[in-house]
Design a protein around this ligand. Structure first.
Ligand code: ADP
Ligand code: MG
Length: 239
């Protein structure tokens, strides 16, 4: 069964022009889906509607088979990571990651086990006692990811999480993101405007333009059989 379903989801702001138009998408349990497209095409707005941070103007959003259009963000069991990350400055790395579990009143041994698991996947084991001020940008972003995913949400949403990092670090972080997703198997929607990221990270890629979905396909299919010139040009396929 599809875990997250968008049916003709649209978003209009103020003057009535749709910034997201009739988006249809079914995301399977455990799938890693990438939303890609040029700046301003509606990627963040789409992700925010799934998270409940933006209202849906029309259409339906289903999570686990239930319509959740009106459900508050915290009742959707979704974790989100943004380009800029706000860690708790007075807490250590371990305490930052553990924070959502403490809120949920998980017992101490379980908290310790979960934090250790996530820290290992994100290569943060040697940094657990540090505070955010003493971390690099890439390390901070890994802590933010750990804190988001540690409570095992139904879905993990990331909005351009690597775009503040330099090119070399971005390449390293792709491998980390990929491993985290594969190991934990959390349904993930990842927004990027970076074609390489789009074509290497996910199971399927959703190409957007001006608020509308152009094509949804596995990277290889997208490359070999782009449906139009926009997709071909954007992905850089030979068609
Ligand atoms: P992307 O993430 O692909 O760069 P966004 O989803 O942020 O695109 O934005 C899509 C379009 O919606 C843009 O044209 C943007 O200017 C517009 N937009 C985003 N948020 C608002 C808002 N709160 N009010 C009006 N327009 C908005
Ligand atoms: Mg955006």
């Amino acid at each position: 069964m599809a875990d997250i379903v968008l049916r003709k989801v649209s978003k209009m702001f103020g003057d009535g022009t749709a910034v997201v138009r009739d988006v249809d998408l079914e995301i399977a349990d455990g799938e890693f889906v990438i939303l890609v497209g040029p700046s301003g095409c509606g990627k963040s707005t789409t992700l925010n509607m799934v998270a409940g941070l933006d209202d849906i103007t029309s259409g339906d959003l289903l999570i686990g088979g239930e319509r959740v259009n009106e459900r508050a963000p915290r009742e959707r069991d979704i974790a989100m990571v943004f380009q800029s990350y706000a860690l708790y400055p007075h807490l250590t790395v371990a305490e930052n990651i553990a924070f959502p579990l403490r809120l949920a009143r998980l017992d101490k041994p379980s908290v310790a086990a979960r934090v250790a698991e996530v820290a290992a996947l994100l290569e943060l084991e040697s940094l657990l006692d540090r505070r955010p001020a003493n971390l690099s940008g890439g390390q901070r972003q890994r802590v933010a990811m750990g804190r988001a995913i540690v409570r095992r949400p139904r879905a993990f949403l990331m909005d351009e999480p690597l775009s503040n990092l330099d090119a070399k670090l971005r390449v390293q972080m792709r491998a980390v993101v990929s491993r985290l997703q594969r190991r934990l198997g959390t349904t993930t929607v990842y927004v990027t405007h970076d074609q390489v990221e789009a074509m290497t990270l996910g199971d399927r890629v959703v190409v957007m333009r001006s608020g509308a979905v152009q094509q949804v396909a596995a990277p290889r299919e997208l490359y070999e059989r782009p449906v139009n010139l926009f997709v071909a040009g954007f992905i850089g396929s030979p068609a």
